[in-house]
Ligand binder design. Structure first.
Ligand code: GDP
Length: 295
């Protein structure tokens, strides 16, 4: 994960690590390299520039140059800023509803269905919840089949209605079903499209308005870098979602989406997907991620 970025940051900071004496020029050059590494990782240029200016300001403010171990202090400043950029604190999910409704949004192929299954499995095993998965893709019968396969795999019931072509009606029926059958979490998997379009946005916002979920989550493929960030912005403008799910981090060598999505949409990354298996889900810890990035 993020190997390219880690290598480049390591090289950039290496010059300062272990140095007893460093100069302002040294710091400036190192931060230039850090900025280049971030841009290569597909972090937006403006964000990368702000990042390094902040680190520089702090470095000079804390008198890095005359500190005992300037290299280590610089690494710490870079790490602290990375943690901040990625949201700082761990963001939980709201399970206060009865049932708690979680609406999944995102483009087709982003990993929504897989993640819906992972989340159901996570809530079932870690939080002893009784989830219900709901298939709301009325366009692709294969998507409904896929959710049933996932549900069977993890032992979680799946609600679908192949005759009903209105996703709002399906969600409402699913909620009534959940109440009757003691499901305390309802995870609604919706239809995505290959790119952002008005019909998809209208459909998901209709579902959102009708069922008033406690959590609206936006699922995005981290490997798509700045595209992921732009798609997040488009969905957030319409849905004002509560959190981001970054999938396919196992295949992401760059890390641009993980680093910049929070600062663009001002919504936390809540979970990450790290593989195709149902167990490949993790709560997103900004600090751990920064440690990983800095190696
Ligand atoms: P949807 O169209 O948004 O519902 O996307 P799917 O859940 O069908 O996922 C699309 C593809 O991505 C499938 O082949 C999944 O197995 C794969 N996938 C989903 N999440 C991950 C992940 O975290 N890591 C990897 N490597 N593959 C994933």
């Amino acid at each position: 994960m993020f190997d390219n970025l880690s290598d480049k940051l390591d090289k950039a900071l290496h010059v300062l690590k272990g140095h007893g004496q460093i100069t302002e020029v040294n710091v400036a050059e190192t931060l230039k390299e850090v900025r280049r590494a971030l841009v290569d990782a597909d972090v937006n240029y403006k964000i990368a520039k702000e990042f390094t200016s902040t680190v520089k300001e702090k470095a000079l403010g804390q008198d890095v140059l005359s500190s005992l171990k300037p290299g280590q202090l610089m690494v710490k400043l870079v790490k602290d800023e990375l943690v901040k950029l990625m949201g700082g604190e761990v963001a939980g999910i709201n399970l206060s509803g009865d049932p708690s409704i979680i609406l999944m949004s995102g483009l087709q192929g982003s990993g929504k269905t897989t993640f819906s299954g992972k989340l159901a499995n996570f809530l079932k095993t870690k939080k002893t919840k009784k989830p219900l998965l709901v298939a709301c893709d009325v366009y692709r019968p294969a998507a409904i089949d896929q959710l049933h396969v996932v549900g069977d795999q993890i032992g979680v019931e799946v609600f679908s209605d192949r005759e009903e072509k209105n996703p709002v009606a399906i969600s409402e029926k699913a909620l009534a079903y959940a109440k009757e059958n003691g499901h305390n979490v309802v995870i609604i998997d919706t239809a995505g499209r290959l790119a952002v379009d008005e019909a998809m946005m209208t459909e998901i916002s209709n579902i959102h308005n009708a069922i008033q979920p406690q959590e609206t989550l936006f699922v995005v493929d981290s490997m798509t870098g700045q595209d992921a960030v732009n798609t997040a912005k488009a969905f957030n403008d319409v849905l004002n979602f509560d959190g981001v799910i970054l999938t396919k981090l196992d295949g992401d060598t760059r890390g641009g989406a993980a680093i910049s999505i929070k600062s663009v949409v001002n919504k936390p990354i809540k979970f990450i997907g790290t593989g195709e298996k149902m167990e490949a889900i993790d709560v997103f810890y900004p600090e751990r991620m920064a440690d990983r990035i800095l190696g």
